[in-house]
Design a protein around this ligand. Structure first.
Ligand code: GUN
Length: 295
């Protein structure tokens, strides 16, 4: 079985992005800038934001983190976003989710200039993706990272049956729509399953490419997978493990031990899809910089 090594691909990609940033700096005197807003003290969000900022700096981009108190008003957040929309040094704006309940997440998504929406959450970007205008949009980072992995591993997708389990706006919906497009890495027949699908196994067993984005540890077991399928595991679930220093470990939505005996290729957790997400965020930020500067 082929292990699809997202860790390695993300390192290659970051090197490529760094080389581009260096080249543009020499050529234009400018570098891409990413501003991340975090509201409140959610520990998981703090880790994500720290990693985004660190990776941004590693590849030579300007990283700005704006920390706001948990009781920040929606009005103040929207005003800050408006300021960033008008700041030519800011090429990417990301507001870390989840947000405190006094703030409407959708209002925040709508407030971000679609040309700086490096998360790809704005309806204009999602709409362009659905309509196949990928050259002018930002694709949500996790689905985009999966596309990059399929491409770099030359996974054949034309005419294949791709089953996506999960229908979130961040992963499931953009992922299914991407796989439906007529691109080198896509061109599939697509089925979407979700929590109200009876007998999910009936569908997953037909998948040539199975993408699991459910959020339940070990949900996909070997009996649910067609022999020879390519299995992409989007899940990041913490489970208790007394043998580790932290007392927990990370596992995916796929039962790795069982499914790896059936699949032809598979992404591990950790080290599969996860590391690709930040890399694609930086790729989107570079893309925004290139579009703004006509590069
Ligand atoms: N929270 C968890 N993942 C993400 C993401 O990709 N973008 C944003 N903005 N918030 C998140």
């Amino acid at each position: 079985m082929l292990i699809i090594d997202g860790k390695k691909v993300s390192l290659d990609l970051k090197e490529e992005l760094k080389a581009s940033v260096d080249r543009y700096r020499a050529q234009t005197g400018k570098v891409p800038g990413l501003t991340v807003i975090i509201v409140g003290q959610d520990p998981a969000s703090q880790v994500y934001v720290r990693n985004k900022a660190k990776t941004c700096k590693e590849i030579g981009m300007v990283s700005t983190v704006i920390e706001m108190a948990a009781d920040t008003s929606e009005e103040h957040l929207l005003k800050t976003i408006k300021g960033l929309n008008n700041d030519p040094a800011v090429h990417g704006i990301l507001v870390q989710q989840p947000l405190p309940k006094q703030i409407d997440e959708f209002a925040v998504t709508l407030a971000i200039d679609p040309s700086k929406d490096v998360d790809g959450f704005h309806p204009e970007n999602l709409g362009r993706l659905v309509m196949g205008h990928l050259d002018k949009c930002f694709v949500s980072c996790t689905p985009y990272g999966i596309l990059e992995l399929l491409g770099r591993y030359n996974i054949e997708t034309r005419g294949k049956h791709c089953v996506v389990v999960g229908r979130s706006n961040i992963v499931g919906k953009p992922m299914a729509n991407l796989m439906l497009q007529k691109l080198k890495e896509t061109n599939c027949t697509v089925t979407i399953c979700h929590s109200a699908t009876p007998n999910i196994a009936e569908y997953t067993q037909q998948a040539d490419i199975l993408i699991a984005a459910i959020g339940k540890a070990g949900f996909i077991t070997a009996d649910m997978v067609k022999p020879g399928a390519v299995v992409i595991d989007v899940g990041i679930n913490r489970i208790e493990d007394a043998s580790t220093k932290s007392g927990y470990r990370l596992v995916g939505d796929v039962d790795y031990a069982g499914v790896s005996a059936v699949a032809s290729a598979m992404t591990p957790v950790p080290g599969g899809v996860g590391p690709m997400t930040i890399a694609m965020l930086l790729k989107n930020t570079l893309q925004s910089f290139q579009r703004t500067n006509g590069l």
